[in-house]
Write a protein of this length. Structure first.
Lengths: 109, 350
C-alpha cells in the first residue's frame, strides 16, 4: 500500500477575518452567538452595529478601523458597495484596509 | 380573578448557548422552553421563534419576550394575548420571572366554569319555577279556606269548621315541607349549610320523624312503622338525617295507595348503618328511576292522591348522604313498591 500526501501549513489568526464581518438575517450563526465567541477570542476587538436592512442583521467592525474612520462613513460604503450582493443566509468577510495619506504638509519654520 | 393560580412553574429549561436542534422534540411536546443560565432569565423559546429564526444557538432564536405582571386579571390577560397574538406569557412579579401563563389553561378553566354556570342558572330557573307554581297553589288553597272560615265562622257548624281547619293544617304542613327543602337546597347551593355530625340514637331520631308524619299517613290509612336494631347508633348530622328521613318517608306515603304500608328498617353493615324506607306503593318507572338522584334534572311526579312534589327532596337526600360519606340507592318494582336505601357511618371514620 502506498500513501500520497500533499502537505502545507500556515499561520492563521482568530477570528478568521480581521476587518469587517457582515451577518445576514438568516445565517446559521446569530448575533448573540458570534458576539459571545468574539468576547472570548478578541475581547473588545470588535464593535457590533445593528443595521436596519432587509437582509443584513448586524455588522462587526474591528475597533482599529473605527479609530481611523467614523462608523457612519463605513456603513455608508458597505450599504452602497457590499449589501446589494449579500444573501440573508450568508456571513460575509470584508477586507477593509484604510490608508491615510496627506497631500501636503506645510509647517512654518 | 387574578392570573396567579394559573401560573405554571413546571416548564422545561434550556441554556441560551444550546444548539436549538437539540430542543426540537421538547418544543413539540411542551410548546415552549424557558431559556436561562446561572445568572439570568433570557426569555422563552417558542415553536414560532424556531420557525422565524434560522440560527443554531437558542440565544439567537429568541424573539422579544411577551410578558405580563402577576397582578393582571384573567380578562386582562386574555385581552393582551389577543392583542399580542400569543398563546403564552412570561409572568413577572416585581421584575422577577416567576412562571408561564398559557392561554389554553385559561380557556379550559372558563369552559369548565361556563358549564357550572349554565347548571347553576338552570337550577335557579327551576327554583323560581317551584316558587311560582308549587308554592302558589297551596297558598291559593290556604287563602280560599281561611277566607271561607273568617267570613262564615258564625254560620258554620263545629264539624264544618273542624274539616276546614284540618284542610288548612294539611296544606300548611305540606307547604312547610316544601319550604324546608327549598331553604336547605338554597343553603347547600351557597355552601351555607353546617355539617355537625355526632353520635345519635337512631331509634330516637326515626321516632321523632315518624311521630310528625303519622298524621299524614293516617289520612291515607297507611301504616307507618319501624324495625330497628336495639341501641343502634349512627354518627350523623341530626338535621340532615331528619331531612333525609322526612323526604324518604313523605315520598313513600305519597306514592303508596290508601291502606298500604311504609316501614323504616336499619341494619349495621361494616362501619356503616344501612337504613331503608320501604313502601307498598306504585313503584317507579325505569326511565324516571335513572334520573332520580341527578341534580341536573329535577323529577317531579304526582302522588297517588295527586300530591304535588318538586324533585328537590331526593336531590337533597343524595347531597346530605354523600356529605356523610354514604351512598343512596333505590330498588323498585312497578305496582309492588319501592325501597330507598342509604348509609351513614356508625362512628367517626376519619
Amino acid at each position: 500500500m502506498k500513501f500520497s500526501i500533499l502537505l502545507n501549513f500556515e499561520e492563521i489568526k482568530l477570528p478568521p477575518f480581521q476587518d469587517i464581518l457582515i451577518l445576514g438575517k438568516n445565517s446559521p450563526q446569530g448575533k448573540i452567538g458570534i458576539s459571545k465567541s468574539f468576547e472570548f477570542l478578541v475581547p473588545n476587538g470588535f464593535e457590533i452595529i445593528e443595521v436596519e436592512d432587509e437582509k443584513v442583521e448586524a455588522v462587526f467592525i474591528n475597533r482599529k478601523i473605527l479609530k481611523k474612520m467614523p462608523k457612519e462613513k463605513i456603513l455608508k460604503i458597505l450599504k452602497e458597495r457590499v449589501f446589494p450582493f449579500i444573501s440573508e443566509d450568508e456571513l460575509i468577510k470584508v477586507d477593509f484596509k484604510v490608508n491615510i495619506s496627506y497631500n501636503l504638509i506645510e509647517e512654518e519654520i | 380573578m387574578k392570573i396567579e393560580t394559573f401560573v405554571r412553574c413546571d416548564f422545561p429549561v434550556a441554556h441560551p448557548f444550546t444548539d436549538v436542534n437539540f430542543l426540537k422534540s421538547t418544543l413539540l411536546k411542551h410548546s415552549v422552553v424557558v431559556v436561562q443560565d446561572e445568572n439570568q432569565h433570557w426569555g422563552v423559546l417558542t415553536l414560532s421563534d424556531m420557525i422565524q429564526k434560522n440560527h443554531i444557538l437558542v440565544a439567537d432564536c429568541l424573539t422579544q419576550e411577551k410578558i405580563i405582571s402577576v397582578d393582571n386579571s384573567l380578562t386582562e390577560a386574555l385581552e393582551k394575548m389577543k392583542n399580542e397574538k400569543t398563546e403564552v406569557f412570561s409572568v413577572y412579579q416585581e421584575d422577577k420571572f416567576i412562571g408561564l401563563l398559557f392561554k389554553n389553561d385559561i380557556l379550559d378553566f372558563l369552559q369548565e366554569h361556563s358549564n357550572d354556570l349554565e347548571m347553576a342558572i338552570s337550577l335557579k330557573e327551576k327554583f323560581y319555577e317551584i316558587i311560582a307554581h308549587d308554592l302558589r297553589s297551596p297558598f291559593n288553597v290556604l287563602l280560599g279556606l281561611t277566607e271561607l272560615l273568617y267570613k262564615n265562622i258564625d254560620s258554620y257548624s263545629k264539624e264544618k269548621i273542624e274539616k276546614l281547619a284540618k284542610q288548612v293544617y294539611d296544606s300548611t304542613f305540606s307547604t312547610f315541607g316544601l319550604l324546608q327543602n327549598l331553604l336547605d337546597w338554597a343553603n347547600s347551593q351557597r355552601g351555607n349549610i353546617q355539617f355537625s355530625p355526632q353520635i345519635l340514637n337512631l331509634q330516637e331520631v326515626v321516632e321523632e320523624k315518624i311521630s310528625i308524619l303519622t298524621t299524614v299517613a293516617l289520612q291515607k290509612e297507611i301504616r307507618l312503622s319501624h324495625y330497628l336494631p336495639d341501641n343502634c347508633s349512627v354518627y350523623a348530622d341530626k338535621n340532615m338525617l331528619l331531612s333525609i328521613l322526612r323526604n324518604l318517608i313523605f315520598n313513600a306515603i305519597k306514592f303508596t295507595p290508601r291502606g298500604g304500608n311504609v316501614v323504616v328498617l336499619a341494619e349495621p353493615n361494616c362501619n356503616f348503618v344501612q337504613i331503608s324506607v320501604k313502601d307498598t306503593g306504585i313503584g317507579i318507572l325505569p326511565n324516571v328511576r335513572e334520573k332520580l338522584f341527578q341534580s341536573k334534572e329535577l323529577i317531579s311526579t304526582q302522588g297517588t292522591l295527586h300530591e304535588r312534589g318538586t324533585g328537590l327532596g331526593l336531590m337533597l337526600c343524595k347531597e346530605f348522604v354523600e356529605k356523610h360519606g354514604g351512598k343512596i340507592w333505590v330498588e323498585t318494582e312497578l305496582n309492588e313498591g319501592s325501597e330507598f336505601y342509604f348509609t351513614v357511618p356508625q362512628k367517626k371514620l376519619f
